[in-house]
Design a protein around this ligand. Structure first.
Ligand SMILES: NC(=O)c1ccc[n+]([C@@H]2O[C@H](COP(=O)([O-])OP(=O)(O)OC[C@H]3O[C@@H](n4cnc5c(N)ncnc54)[C@H](OP(=O)(O)O)[C@@H]3O)[C@@H](O)[C@H]2O)c1
Length: 261
């Protein structure tokens, strides 16, 4: 199968490319620069394309059986997530499967970014192509980067809202498995995808802090800043969720071991 990954240099895109190459698929890896970070096994075809202009997209998507749209931007969510998705969908073959990795409860979380994720999901109701949109919780790597940034300011985040993060590699394997299943058997509604451990923000921060010691001042993050839907909005909404990958705590220990070599 030929799988085109748009946003192939990002956290999820890189991991999807790696998983798809390892599984023996024919992979078109697309980013604006046409470069993919080191560490991804070779065996993919690289393309440079910009989803906001459409430049390079027809070549990148040509012949794809599935297009995984993993382009993302916090700074320009409307242009990249919404405009870029629409442009991509218009360019891809009408028989190809569109795969949109989404975020658990994105329609209940606050802010322009989550609003754009909700608009993406709503747009899927109007497309002509077959589509799946697995909702995933926040990646360990994403939350780790936030905690790391706070630590640079000598802050340790606190909060009673809960998270159930997932390792990006496990999320990518799950996205790939859903893609292959939908190509084989047709698109079906997708269960939420999450990691195995539910933690309060304070617990998560303490676990990360134990693996990255340093003097920090606690800073409370009010849950209402993130969510209008209560303290569990960043966790899967039902028991049917697919649980994959390692827990945040073991990822934290492992990522420190990996950094220290
Ligand atoms: N982060 C999380 O915790 C999380 C959790 C669940 C679901 N998701 C979803 O997973 C998807 C990927 O997220 P991510 O965190 O992996 O993103 P990311 O690391 O921020 O990567 C963004 C990707 O988008 C590409 N990109 C940005 N602007 C572009 C443009 N104009 N044209 C083409 N490509 C462009 C970037 O490539 P270049 O800059 O190299 O062009 C990069 O490859 C998103 O839909 C996100 O909502 C994320």
């Amino acid at each position: 199968m030929r799988i085109a990954v748009v946003g192939a240099s990002g956290m999820l895109g890189t991991a999807v490319v790696a998983a798809a190459v390892a599984a023996g698929h024919d992979v078109a890896a697309t980013s604006r620069s046409g470069r993919i970070p080191d560490g991804v096994p070779t065996g993919y075809e690289a393309f440079a394309a910009d989803v906001t202009s459409g430049e390079g997209l027809p070549e990148a998507l040509r012949g794809a059986d599935a297009v995984v749209f993993a382009a993302n931007s916090n700074k320009r969510p409307a242009d990249v997530l919404v405009g870029g998705l629409m442009r991509t969908e218009k360019i891809m073959s009408s028989s190809a499967l569109l795969v949109l990795p989404s975020i658990v409860n994105c329609d209940k979380l606050r802010g322009a970014y989550y609003e754009a994720k909700s608009v993406q999901e709503e747009y899927l109701g109007h497309v002509e192509v077959p589509v799946i949109a697995p909702r995933i919780t926040q990646f360990h790597e994403f939350l780790g980067a936030i905690l790391s940034q706070a630590a640079r300011w000598r802050l340790s985040l606190r909060g009673s809202f809960t998270v159930q993060p997932v390792a990006v590699a496990a999320a990518a394997e799950s996205v790939l498995a859903s893609t292959v299943a939908a190509l084989d058997h047709g698109p079906l509604p997708q269960p939420d995808v999450a990691g195995p451990e539910r933690l309060t923000a304070t617990e998560m921060s303490r676990i990360w802090g134990a693996a990255h010691p340093g003097a920090r001042v606690p800073l409370r993050v009010p849950g209402r800043m993130l969510s209008a839907a209560g303290p569990d909005a960043m966790c899967p909404s039902n028991d049917a969720a697919v649980i994959v990958g390692e827990a945040f705590s073991s990822w934290c220990r492992g990522s420190v071991g990996a950094t220290q070599g």
